[in-house]
Design a protein around this ligand. Structure first.
Ligand code: GLP
Length: 251
């Protein structure tokens, strides 16, 4: 793993966008795995700025999002379809039929999971997967206890994840209880992974990822088994990591 230290959220977002833009410039038909949440918004804003200023083209790019809530219409303001459209898709030249998210409204959710997994495979696989991290170490919606062999599947969201996401909803009872998420094995098949971590609320999660052994009670720990992971974390997120460890990790 390579750890890049950023000063703050803006700096992290700047560095992350530069990393993604470099990927798209070096392979114009890149397959990007995308994430939602607060952490990645600044990165998307910068990708949009870059598109306006430098015309980086997404016309040959395909994107696959990590997850989507179950039983939430895609037009709902809290759906990840809406989030992606607002934060990124409508601002760049990515053709509509080249961006994919799981369909949490599908009649047959099991079949939808298989279809999504197949689509990723048929695209040639993800070149670069962008990830955030949950306070409990979840990646995508792979909650503690998730199998490292899991592919795209339906999950029951933990109370802590629903609480963390309640800030976007009127009240916690409105937060869905289930989601479709890429599995850990799906994520691990990506050629490169870029993990973004910002703020004190994630300090414990990143410290556990770095210091604890690989175990499925901390899903993010699996990333230590991947050959090409870059973590960009800001100073607040790294407040529990000792200086020597930062150096050891900067491979
Ligand atoms: C959400 C998403 C994850 C995201 C994480 C962190 O529930 N499913 O993909 O990485 O939780 O979110 P945030 O960036 O808002 O802290």
């Amino acid at each position: 793993m390579k750890l890049i230290q950023a000063k703050n959220y803006e700096d992290m977002s700047e560095k992350a966008a530069a990393y993604i833009i470099k990927q798209v410039h070096s392979k114009s038909n890149s397959v990007l795995g995308l994430a939602t949440g607060g952490t990645v918004i600044g990165t998307y804003n910068r990708l949009v700025e870059d598109y306006k200023q430098s015309n980086t083209s997404y016309s040959n790019v395909h994107t696959f999002n990590l997850d989507e809530y179950v039983a939430m219409p895609r037009s709902d303001q809290n759906s990840y379809h809406t989030y992606m459209d607002k934060q990124l898709f409508r601002h760049i030249n990515l053709p509509e039929d080249q961006s994919f998210l799981p369909d949490g409204m599908a009649n047959d959710l099991q079949e939808e999971c298989q279809r999504y997994e197949r689509l990723i495979k048929d695209s040639g696989g993800i070149d670069l997967q962008l990830l955030g991290i949950g306070q409990n170490g979840h990646i995508g919606f792979n909650e503690p206890g998730a199998s490292f062999d899991s592919v795209t599947h339906i999950v029951n969201l933990t109370e802590s994840t629903r609480k963390a996401n309640a800030r976007y909803f009127e009240s916690i009872d409105k937060v869905p209880t289930q989601a479709i998420t890429m599995g850990i094995a799906t994520i691990m098949k990506s050629k490169k992974i870029l993990l973004l971590v910002s703020g004190e609320s994630k300090a414990e999660a990143i410290s556990r990822l770095i210091n604890e052994p690989i175990h499925n009670n901390n899903p993010s720990s699996v990333l230590k088994n991947h050959p090409d992971v870059t973590i960009i974390a800001d100073e607040d997120a790294l407040s529990l990591i000792k200086r020597e460890q930062k150096e050891v990790l900067s491979l």
